[in-house]
Design a binder for this molecule. Structure first.
Ligand SMILES: [Zn+2]
Length: 678
């Protein structure tokens, strides 16, 4: 290990593009003047079974405040430049007609680049995305096939369809729907002889989303036949979780990884990203089947994943197969963003507010926690108790020794291509339309997740603008200003997280009835220009219980960690970015002293300004302080913390007060703590 080349985090930030990031941010001129659309949401067409809520047309919700900053950082980082430094999505991509990578990486990149570019109205990024889209739209084969001719795998085309539907919503490009129609007719004619296999077989539900999207726009009956055929050939995720068998850390031997011949069904059914994508399966299929069992399946899946593989950052372990509850196990970045997308879809279809709670937890913790502040480097696997990020093998089921480095493509490049969708799709999903009734007269708006944004949409045929001002998740106040074009009666429903006992709502200063945690609070009235809704979420710290009866400390959607001192050591340059190892500079083996019945009594809170980089360690917007003692027997081996000692634990070490910071701001951290004997 070249210890002499170790540099501090501060030096890293200065030496990386981050230091110049303020001045390197795109000038305002590259953001096109925006004329936000006020389009009508598209609902499920009979005989499809109505969703509880519907996505607003893309472009209706635009990020503001800290969330816009987050997207700007992303655009100035790897997302905005990946094609310039990573050949797999560069000019020789098969998805641009070249001879380079021709499978999933081009479509993965587009799936995040398109919403990032259009939500920011970022001209250069729009131009980058447009080149790919134009190639796809102008190179459809005469039989209807799309994409590079060097492979005929259905899977990368499932991703390309997700990108195309987004592009159509943002731009209204008239070429997309006819191309999708020809492609789906072709696929329907081929599937009986060339059925779904491996990745496509396990990720079929993501294609059904696009099939439903097209059916709702064209009404062509063959699309429902195609959806049924995909369901018939696809893996039965609902059955897997109706009788869940994978209750322990999976081993390579169990899933026959070393026997050759590619991944077996057992390996694919325990694969982390597949399970993250699968969370949406029941709700998506329920739109076709009408089955209540299907519609409720996502909650059951999440309950099983939490019970046997749950981690305090909101994720389940997958490194890269399901790997139990030890917080030294990892979760792959692809799984984080795919789980988020599944939750966004599941929330809209089912109307279950718990999916919004989990979505915020992933967006505010696991997603930024596995990317550098400047978003030029990411991990493959993140650990809740992450005491070192170095070349090691120890905890992973099957992943390689680079898996928790921060870099360009640690372990494998899927996450490099796929992570871009996380923030933009979250931003686009903050508000939904409630529209259970066939006519527009029942429509209303849903605040599904909270972050600063602006909404321009149509409700009951009238244009409505909403401005959401908030520092949530760092603060508990959310202010909405509702501006309908003319006075308009409709219900506004506000998600009240399950943790938010004691939340309050006021309309124009007048208190509403006390809302119920874990529900949508409904305000039905005639809205007039300038009406103000103010929501207060209680932000006292609370604890949750994890592996070996350890605790995690949470406040609102944020999970808190002890930030271990970090030394960032460059392993090698990687074009415009670099690969980094991170070594601990301070001890980390703390157990905390808490009264489990009154945790807030033992935790002090201090707030400071939300900085220009919302999840930066040096400007952590919230800090907690708690008493703790070291547990000398709890050590690390091969770069990973040993399993936590069973709580409660005894310690005769000196009592200290330690500072906890938001999970995402600590790249080395302890998140699951043993609890001291009282
Ligand atoms: Zn990945």
């Amino acid at each position: 290990m070249p210890r002499s080349t170790r540099i501090t985090r501060r030096q890293f930030l200065q030496s990386s593009s981050f230091a110049s990031f303020a001045c390197a941010l795109p000038a305002r001129s590259i953001f096109a003047p925006s004329e936000p659309p006020a389009a009508q949401a598209v609902k499920d067409r009979a005989p499809l079974h109505p969703s509880a809520f519907y996505a607003l047309p893309l472009g209706s919700v635009r990020p503001a405040g800290w969330l816009r900053r987050q997207l700007e950082i992303q655009a100035a980082g790897l997302s905005g430049h990946l094609d310039e430094t990573w050949p797999d999505v560069g000019p020789n991509s098969g998805w641009l007609g070249g001879t380079g990578e021709s499978w999933e990486r081009g479509p993965y990149y587009l799936d995040g680049l398109i919403p990032l570019a259009w939500l920011l109205d970022h001209r250069p990024l729009k131009a980058k995305a447009q080149r790919y889209i134009d190639w796809i739209l102008t190179h459809q084969a005469s039989n209807g096939m799309i994409g590079p001719t060097s492979n005929d795998d259905w899977w990368p085309r499932i991703v390309a369809l997700k990108a195309l539907t987004q592009f159509q919503e943002f731009t209204g490009d008239g070429r997309v729907i006819p191309l999708m129609d020809r492609y789906f007719r072709y696929q329907l004619s081929q599937l009986s002889t060339r059925p779904l296999r491996d990745w496509g077989k396990f990720r079929w539900q993501d294609e059904v989303l696009s099939v439903i999207w097209l059916y709702n726009r064209t009404g062509s009956a063959y699309l429902l036949d195609l959806a049924r055929l995909l369901h018939q050939q696809g893996y039965d995720w609902v059955a897997q979780y109706a009788n869940f068998q994978f209750k322990e850390k999976i081993t390579a031997e169990y899933i026959k990884l070393n026997e050759g011949g590619g991944l077996k069904d057992l390996a694919l059914s325990t694969h982390g990203v597949n399970n993250g994508q699968a969370v949406k399966t029941g709700p998506v299929w329920s739109v076709v089947s009408g089955s209540d069992v299907d519609r409720k399946a996502a909650a059951q899946m999440i309950a099983d994943l939490d019970r046997y593989h749950g981690l305090p950052n909101g994720m389940f372990s997958c490194d890269e197969h399901l790997s139990g509850r030890d917080p030294s196990q990892g979760s792959e970045l692809c799984t984080v963003v795919e789980y988020m997308f599944s939750l966004e879809r599941a929330l809209a279809i089912t109307g279950d507010p718990a999916f919004g709670d989990r979505l915020e937890k992933l967006a505010c913790n696991a997603l930024p926690g596995t990317l550098t502040d400047d978003m030029w480097a990411h991990q493959y696997n993140q650990e809740p108790n992450q005491v070192e990020c170095s070349l090691h093998h120890k905890p992973w089921v099957s992943d390689g020794p680079e898996s928790n480095l921060f870099g360009l493509e640690p372990n494998f490049g899927c996450c490099t291509a796929n992570f871009h969708q996380g923030w933009p799709k979250f931003a686009a999903s903050l508000f939904l339309l409630s529209g259970e009734q066939a006519s527009d007269q029942g429509d209303g708006l849903i605040a599904a997740a909270y972050a600063p944004c602006e909404v321009h949409t149509m409700v009951r045929g009238t244009a409505v603008h909403i401005a959401e001002e908030t520092l949530y998740p760092f603060r508990g106040t959310v202010k909405l200003t509702i501006d309908p074009a003319v006075p308009l009666s409709f219900p506004l429903q506000l998600r009240i997280p399950a943790w938010a006992a004691g939340a309050s709502i006021a309309v124009n200063g007048k208190p509403e009835p006390q809302p119920q945690p874990g529900s949508f609070a409904r305000i039905e009235r005639t809205w007039r220009f300038g009406d103000r809704v103010e929501v207060e979420f209680p932000m006292q710290p609370r604890i949750s219980r994890w592996f070996h009866d350890s605790v995690a400390i949470e406040r609102g959607p944020l999970v808190f960690s002890y930030g271990i001192g970090e030394s960032w050591v460059k392993l090698r340059d990687r074009g415009m970015t670099a690969d980094w190892q991170v070594y601990p500079l301070t001890p980390w083996n703390y157990a905390v002293q808490l009264d489990p019945d009154h945790p807030a009594a033992n935790i002090s809170v201090s707030e400071s300004e939300v900085g220009d980089v919302p999840f930066a360690r040096k400007t952590a917007p919230v800090q907690l302080r708690v008493k703790a003692r070291k547990v000398p027997a709890w050590r690390a081996e091969d770069g990973a913390a040993d399993p936590l000692p069973q709580s409660p634990v005894a310690s005769s070490e000196t009592e200290e007060e330690i500072t906890l910071i938001p999970y995402a701001t600590a790249k080395l951290r302890i998140t699951s703590f043993p609890v001291l004997k009282s």
